[in-house]
Design a binder for this molecule. Structure first.
Ligand SMILES: [Zn+2]
Length: 402
């Protein structure tokens, strides 16, 4: 220990930087206190003549019986007096985070490259057995100061905001983690896509996002639906979704008010909004609930009631190659999906309404048209009549526990 202390004190170092090299010894104290205690001890060894080659300015402020120390204004060789300025760092950060609403935060830092080099150099001389990196102490100590002034909690796992000190460039960056809001939506009209899309003026996503963006003051959003429906299809069943708001300034939002705002729209309704975490996004994306559809089908020639009864044969496994209409953006694979239930209602000689319950991932338009034999069996194939889906609605999405 004495040898190590001597080696560290060959250069002028502050209490924090001295104590940090022995951080793994004793708990319930700070590096600053460790450093202070060691410096006292070192000063006595120095006076007793047992410590040679040390930088005398390490002992400025000590009164020796036998020696006189020249005062000088040397800064800490290792941290360049960063630890003397923690209050200033924390004050600057407080200014920056004022515009954010948060309950938890995390402090991070990018130390100057030269500092890291000096730290490595010191460790090579003294070993790393008991030390703690500069970064860890800086983050913790600034975190403590911010906790003290704001009353907010430092947290590593899911902090609301991250405060990053760029010590190389003397800059502070604040990153606000996304807000995730879960809910269910209905799309009551045809002709709008689920997610923002350049060809369309609006989307389910934008209608839901608008009032949330306004109050949260976020900078962007993205939408995660439990499956999707066609632009031309309505979704009358309640579809689970998570909307992600990026870089929000406000996080305590009145979801009841937001629900009311969104529901002023005549095309999209939402219910049961609540805050969730990122984990729920994964669950929503991975869930594969059964869905029930209403399809308005038009036949090329009149079809009798008796013929329509044959459509019960749709129940069972359907082999479906990737539909021609999406082949340009999806790989060509054959999927097997179950049709679980089919109900048929004749509307006119050439029109019928089909209620179809199927596994997630089955393309319903192709189940009807047959897509030139790429989907089998299909309505066209069973009836031997070219059939087309004119209107499609999702009327029920089976409940998934989240
Ligand atoms: Zn220092």
């Amino acid at each position: 220990m004495i040898e190590r202390i001597g080696k560290i004190l060959e250069k002028k170092v502050c209490d924090n930087c001295l104590g940090r090299q022995f951080s793994q010894l004793l708990t319930g104290t700070t590096n600053r206190e460790r450093g202070r205690a060691l410096r006292f001890f070192a000063a006595m060894l120095y006076e007793a003549g047992e410590l040679k080659n040390v930088d005398e300015s390490n002992f400025i402020g000590f009164e020796f019986r036998t020696k006189k120390i020249k005062t000088s204004k040397k800064r800490c060789w290792l941290c360049d007096d960063i630890f003397e300025n923690l209050e200033r760092f924390s004050r600057a950060a407080l200014k920056k985070i004022k515009k954010y609403e948060f309950s938890t935060f995390l402090v991070g830092c990018r130390p100057p490259r030269e500092l890291l080099k000096r730290e490595e150099e010191l460790w090579e001389k003294t070993g790393i057995e008991f030390c703690e990196p500069f970064k860890a102490e800086f983050n913790r100590e600034v975190g403590k100061l911010i906790e003290k002034t704001t009353g907010k909690k430092g947290e590593t796992l899911k902090p609301d905001i991250v405060i990053l000190f760029d010590l190389e460039n003397w800059k502070i960056e604040v990153k606000s983690n996304p807000l995730y809001i879960f809910g269910y939506y209905q799309k009551l009209v045809r002709g709008i896509p689920q997610c923002k899309w350049e060809h369309y003026r609006t989307s389910v996503e934008q209608i839901i996002a608008r009032p949330i963006m306004k109050v949260s003051k976020g900078v962007d959003h993205s939408f995660h639906g439990m499956g999707r429906e066609d632009v031309s299809a309505r979704c009358l069943g309640w579809r689970p979704f998570v909307i992600e708001i990026k870089e929000p300034k406000k996080r305590k939002l009145d979801l009841k008010k937001i629900t009311e705002e969104i529901n002023k729209s005549s095309s999209v309704k939402v219910r049961s909004l609540r805050f969730v975490d990122m984990e729920t996004v994964r669950k929503v994306k991975e869930a594969r609930p059964d869905k029930t559809y209403r399809a308005l089908v038009v036949f090329e020639r009149p079809v009798s009631e008796k013929e329509l009864k044959k459509l019960r044969m749709l129940v069972g496994e359907i082999k479906q190659k990737t539909p021609t209409r999406v082949l340009h953006r999806r790989s060509d694979i054959t999927r097997k999906r179950m049709v679980k239930q089919v109900k048929v209602k004749k509307l006119s000689p050439r029109k019928a309404e089909l209620i179809i319950k199927a596994e997630a991932g089955l393309y319903i338009k192709e189940l009807i048209s047959g897509d030139d034999g790429r989907t089998s069996p299909s309505v066209s194939e069973i009836l031997g009549v070219k059939s087309e889906c004119r209107e499609l609605d999702v009327i029920k999405i089976d409940r998934v526990n989240l």
